[in-house]
Write a protein that binds this ligand. Structure first.
Ligand code: BDR
Ligand code: CA
Length: 312
């Protein structure tokens, strides 16, 4: 299996992404690293522990990382994800805490020490990854690829007309990552909005009966409520889970390799991902920008059968 580290700020959709990665025989999840994003760092770290334990995979270590973006203030969003960040399920407290050491140290040491190149799945603000790349630039060669959920170009943003949440929270970090020379695949709103979950998916999940599936159903219901009210749709995409799906099943997604950068100084557009889709800048291609999904139903069918294999 392909070794991966998941950098995350759970988040209901992060939870689905993590559970899908844990369930996928194609992936070996070495660890989770956490970052301040949807919630503060202590909460996202505790949430990450609860998620691996729910999956029956408590042996997967969770390393706590950055409590603040590189230059800006944190922006927790309880109005989207609820007071815990993973509202919708009555979580039991985590049995174990974070592993000792900082996530950035863990990333650097593991990337340099592991016999194989490692894929990074990045589901929140990109602070930890940017810090690791600055701290030890040599790690760039040890990263197989970075797959991140973030940005939006054809769809615009979800926090401002121009900016998507993960990029807006730490645009400087995203800029460092995109300009690092590491092969990057972006799973932006352009792609996730083209990959909505089936209508009433939560009921189908609950029908499986296992604890994991009932937790997923509860989180899905909570997540849908906010999204559907804002967007006026009958179902919502699970953004971060779509990023893991795109890594697992690239044949179900469309996109293009092209130059991508991040606006960090715009008056109206800070946090915008600027995608040179028509290659007009003459800059080097640095990112595979996913812009669509050929079969959303199939994505969620595969996700559901993977999740059903987990836990009790
Ligand atoms: C992204 O922002 C967060 O709220 C979600 O977890 C996802 O990573 C979507 O814009
Ligand atoms: Ca997230």
């Amino acid at each position: 299996p392909r070794p991966v580290i998941i950098d995350t700020d759970p988040g209901q959709d992060d939870a689905f992404a993590i559970l899908l990665a844990l369930a996928a025989p194609e992936l070996e999840v070495l660890a989770l690293t956490t970052v301040a994003g949807n919630m503060g760092l202590a909460q996202t770290t505790d949430n990450a522990r609860r998620i691996v334990e729910l999956a029956g995979r408590g042996e997967v270590p969770v390393y706590a990382g950055s409590a603040r973006p590189l230059l800006r203030d944190p922006r927790p969003v309880p109005e989207i994800h609820g007071e815990t960040g993973i509202d919708g399920w009555d979580w039991v407290p985590a049995r174990q805490g974070a592993a000792p050491g900082h996530a950035v140290d863990y990333l650097v040491e593991t990337l340099l020490g592991h016999p194989e190149k490692i894929t990074l799945i990045v589901l929140g603000p990109q602070t930890n990854i940017a810090l690791a790349l600055r701290r030890a630039p040599d790690i760039a060669e040890r990263i197989d690829q970075i797959v991140f959920m973030g940005g939006g170009f054809f769809e615009g943003g979800n926090m401002s007309p121009a900016a998507e949440y993960n990029i807006l929270v730490d645009p400087e970090a995203a800029r460092i990552v995109l300009n690092s020379g590491v092969p990057v695949t972006a799973v932006p709103l352009d792609c996730t909005h083209a990959t909505p979950a089936p209508v009433n998916w939560s009921a189908a999940l609950a029908a499986h009966g296992s604890e994991v599936m009932r937790a997923c159903a509860g989180m899905m219901e909570f997540f849908e409520r906010y999204g559907n009210a804002k967007y006026g749709t009958a179902s919502r995409p699970l953004h971060d889970a779509v990023a893991v799906a795109a890594l697992l099943w690239p044949e179900l997604f469309t996109g293009r390799l092209c130059p991508v950068d991040v606006e960090c100084a715009g008056e109206l557009t800070t946090g915008m991902t600027v995608v040179d889709w028509l290659r007009q800048t003459g800059k080097k291609d640095n990112c595979t920008w996913l812009n669509g999904c050929t079969d959303p139903g199939e994505v969620y069918r595969r996700m559901e059968s993977a999740l059903a294999r987990l836990g009790r």
